[in-house]
Design a protein around this ligand. Structure first.
Ligand code: AMP
Ligand code: MG
Length: 279
């Protein structure tokens, strides 16, 4: 069935262009975080609105059908735009079917379990589009950069995560992963804005500056993570995120394309319902 949308089968879709090929090497130093792939800001407002319409329609069907569960993972360094991205796509969804989880520093209870325990508990049910703001990927990112567990342990996690995500997809979960890439200057500008704007200051802490000093350690951890955990069953999409409009456009289009693959359908009427006259 033809639906409005921008899905292109010829490999020129943002989904195809921004997907990290499984097994490829990722070099974030040469990645252009301001890239727009020929898209224009002036047209983006309408294109994002069209993306939202597609997402709303697709989630309505997905929710009604209650057959597929979808997990959206959003990762990125501090100030990469994780919150803004989630805010943008959320507008399209039925809030009852869209649980959002923000993963923070693990509690003592969480730390008393394996690192996937808290994540597994928050996976979406059928019909839901679950959104993770940070995720189990922190367990090979911040955990690696800060040496929170010995390297022998976090090094095993790439394989463990791939195996776990594979099991989940075999059980019917669709996983769509976004890594938002901003560059160092952009993070500087965003932090400064957080400091200067009283409405954004609550988002900033001096600890963010300590993390910023580890930019290159994070970069290497991101590169390894993207290269080792982009799989055929759960690929990463590397989103140039210096420009919010492009980031929102890319995420909404890629997600809509992924949902379209599921081709969710409204369930057929129950026996005897069709043609019933309500008096
Ligand atoms: P925010 O996203 O700004 O609310 O911050 C959440 C904080 O929790 C970030 O500093 C993350 O690095 C931290 N965090 C999330 N998951 C983990 C984890 N598994 N281990 C350690 N820190 C984590
Ligand atoms: Mg923060």
């Amino acid at each position: 069935m033809a639906r409005s949308g921008s899905k292109k089968a010829d490999g020129s879709s943002l989904r195809a262009l921004l997907r990290v090929a499984p097994g490829s090497k990722v070099d974030l130093r040469s990645f252009d975080c301001g890239a727009t792939f020929g898209r224009e800001k002036a047209k983006a407002v309408d294109e994002i609105a069209a993306g939202q319409t597609r997402l709303a329609d697709l989630h309505d069907r997905l929710w009604a059908e209650a057959k597929h569960a979808v997990l959206v993972i959003v990762q990125g360094i501090d100030a990469a735009g994780k919150d803004g991205t989630i805010h943008s796509i959320m507008g399209a969804f039925n809030p009852q079917g869209t649980p959002v989880t923000s993963f923070k520093v693990p509690s003592s209870l969480e730390l008393a379990h394996d690192y996937l325990w808290r994540v597994h508990a928050r996976l979406p049910a059928k019909g839901e589009i679950g959104i993770f703001n940070r995720s189990h990927y922190e367990d090979v990112l911040v955990v690696r950069v800060h040496g929170l567990v010995p390297s022998e342990r976090w090094k095993l996690r790439y394989r463990q995560i791939n195996d776990w995500e594979r099991m989940l997809t075999e059980e019917g979960l669709t996983i769509v992963k976004f890594f938002l890439a901003i560059d160092r200057d952009e993070q500087c500008a965003r932090f400064q804005e957080r400091v200067d704007d009283p409405k954004k200051r609550w988002k900033f802490s001096l600890a963010d500056l300590e993390e910023r000093k580890r930019w290159d350690e994070y970069r290497v951890a991101f590169e390894d993570c993207l290269a080792k955990t982009s799989t055929g069953w759960a690929p990463w999409h590397l989103i140039p995120a210096n420009r919010n409009w492009f980031r929102n456009l890319a995420v909404s289009e890629i997600l809509a394309d992924a949902l379209e693959d599921l081709d969710p359908q409204y369930p057929p009427a129950a026996e005897g319902v069709e043609g019933t006259i309500v008096e």
